[in-house]
Design a protein around this ligand. Structure first.
Ligand SMILES: C[S@@+](CC[C@H](N)C(=O)[O-])C[C@H]1O[C@@H](n2cnc3c(N)ncnc32)[C@H](O)[C@@H]1O
Length: 211
């Protein structure tokens, strides 16, 4: 399957508020981001950003060094249109987390944020590419927030199969270079009213951990 086309089609001409992953305000992500005590010019990357309103919230909070990454150019264009002139304050990168070409050039990331993206990577080599990119570009002492569909929850999203996680499997996935600071289960209610259980995790990269 051509995933870029799949995701472009998921966004093209769509009312973003009806997407089955839409959040008017990404409250759980923002709660964890507040705990990171970031400086306003710290580098923040939102991978698989889609049309997430996290961008609006981060700009409103005064963050100045934000990058939105997605495989779908259509998704990022939609976000840019929504944000209007404020969009110029964000770096927009069309890139594939399983074959990164641009993301790998970024350095000193203070926060890597992922809501609902890692769980689409089913093959071990793709999961390891994701992990290596994260390991390479998050700085020592940097933060990682990953929210994924929980074990026991839905096994498909956007017509695609998923790899479900719990706290332990995310701890195993990131490995010894990261310390888990917080984790919780959260039930997200879709615009349709259906519920989707998520696991949220917040890690810090050990200070002496190089790429
Ligand atoms: C369920 S949506 C979540 C979007 C956003 N994080 C949010 O919370 O609203 C998954 C997003 O991951 C993106 N995506 C899927 N596979 C990807 C990949 N291999 N590389 C980069 N982005 C990817 C999709 O285009 C889509 O925008």
């Amino acid at each position: 399957m051509d995933l870029k086309k799949h995701w472009d089609r998921a966004y093209e001409g769509k009312d973003i508020q009806k997407l089955s992953w839409f959040e008017p305000l990404p409250e759980k992500s923002l709660e964890l981001i507040a705990k990171c005590n970031l400086a306003k010019d710290d580098k923040i990357i939102d991978v698989g950003s889609g049309t997430s309103t996290l961008m609006d919230a981060l700009l409103d909070a005064g963050y100045k060094n934000i990058t939105a990454v997605d495989i779908s150019a259509a998704a990022l264009q939609s976000s840019q249109q929504r944000l209007g002139p404020a969009a110029k304050n964000i770096e927009w990168l069309v890139d594939d987390l399983t074959h990164p070409r641009h993301l790998t050039k970024i350095k000193n990331v203070a926060l890597w944020h992922d809501r609902a993206v890692l769980h689409f990577l089913l093959q071990e080599k793709d999961r390891q590419t994701y992990r290596k990119t994260l390991l390479d570009i998050v700085k020592p002492g940097g933060h990682v927030i990953i929210a994924a569909f929980a074990i026991g929850g839905a096994t498909k999203c956007s017509g695609l199969d998923l790899y479900n996680y719990d706290r332990e499997s995310l701890v195993d996935f990131l490995g010894a270079g990261f310390k888990l600071l917080h984790s919780f289960n959260h039930t997200y209610t879709m615009p349709s009213g259906d519920e989707r259980p998520y696991i949220y995790t917040h890690f810090v990269k050990h200070k002496n951990q190089q790429a």
